[in-house]
Design a protein around this ligand. Structure first.
Ligand code: SAM
Length: 230
């Protein structure tokens, strides 16, 4: 069991340091991409925008410390820092986090309120007002998701925001997602999660869902849950 997880993680980490880095840096960027990638780009941006809209509506971003676990290229971390939050951005892939840092340098006037770390989210320590983890659960098999959510909850004083590919309209989509990661050797598996399982985990660790949204495009599906300490 443990061994499987280590192997899964090594595969994910290597993927996002190599072929996955090139692929996702492009998708999470502005250069020309193919139609499927463009659809995923737009869907992902909607997920990021939903979270930004929620947080900005509360009008207190400049008072918050936010952990963006599995930050990718900084798609959420950078606008959060821009809006005045204290941001702790980390990712298991050094390349992704390096790209996030480069983009932050280009986009932000200063880097005073944003920190970057190459780190497995399950090794993160400390306390943050909010812990946000977007589209990372796709790399966690069902039996590892609860523990991962538990760890994120332990870091959050007030709030956890998660997004994940929902296991509902599943199998057809699963196939499509499978084709986003083609070839067994250079691939990571894509895992979907039942919303009720994720909610059950959040509740088990003391959090109650407050806001709920769904992003759905042709090739991108993501359920977004905001849960606060109850
Ligand atoms: N959250 C970012 C976003 O929405 O723009 C990136 C999403 S991308 C699909 C998934 C990211 O999760 C990758 O950058 C990958 O390296 C990272 N990741 C996967 N497993 C991780 C782990 N155990 N700890 C930290 N990051 C992880």
């Amino acid at each position: 069991e443990e061994k499987t997880l280590v192997d899964d993680k090594t595969i994910v980490k290597d993927y996002f340091n190599q072929t996955g880095f090139d692929r996702w840096r492009k998708i999470y960027g502005t250069d020309e991409v193919n139609r499927v990638q463009l659809d995923i780009r737009k869907g992902h941006q909607q997920t990021v925008d939903t979270v930004l809209d929620w947080l900005k509506a509360d009008n207190n971003l400049s008072e918050l410390s936010i952990c963006d676990a599995g930050c990718g290229v900084g798609s959420l971390s950078i606008p959060l820092a821009q809006a005045g939050a204290q941001v702790f951005a980390s990712d298991i892939s050094e390349k992704m986090v390096g790209e996030a840092q480069t983009r932050a340098q280009d986009a932000l006037k200063n880097l005073d309120n944003i920190q970057f770390n190459a780190q497995d989210l399950e090794q993160l320590e400390g306390e943050y007002h909010s812990v946000i983890c977007l589209d990372v659960l796709i790399h966690y098999p069902h039996e590892k998701a609860d523990e991962m959510i538990g760890h994120l909850c332990s870091l959050a004083k007030s709030r956890v925001i998660l997004s994940f590919a929902p296991k509902t309209c599943a199998l057809a989509i699963l196939k499509k997602i499978g084709s986003f990661f083609p070839g067994p050797s250079k691939t990571t598996r894509a895992y979907m999660h039942k919303e009720k399982d994720v909610i059950a985990s959040l509740e088990k660790y003391g959090f109650k869902v407050e806001r709920n949204a769904m992003t759905k495009t042709r090739f991108y599906y993501s359920r977004i849950l905001e849960a606060t300490r109850s």
